[in-house]
Design a protein. Sequence first.
Length: 112
Amino acid sequence: MLLKPGMTTEVSVITAEQHDVIRVRNTALRARLPDGLRPPTPDHISEGEPRVYVVRDGKLEVIAVETGLSDGVNTEIISGLQEGDVLAVGLTLTTGGDGERRSLFGGQQAQY
């Protein structure tokens, strides 16, 4: 009897659960990089196939991934990545001599 007419609530229903998996933020699966920075997509990765940009030896690589469960914020990666891989999720510009990082889009970019 805590809810009164006009009040709302948010309910989460757990339908599946996985333990000890690799997961990434959904922003990594939606990363969009400018043409000048984006590496070429290998021929074996088809259009629409889930992919991420992995940073290896200071260079970006496009990696196709197989996704699993998602909670709307994080997505399970079934194959394609290893624990500890570093992913590009957005751009941060360094401007001026102060070394301060400023987002390309004016707000604070999340750093993962």
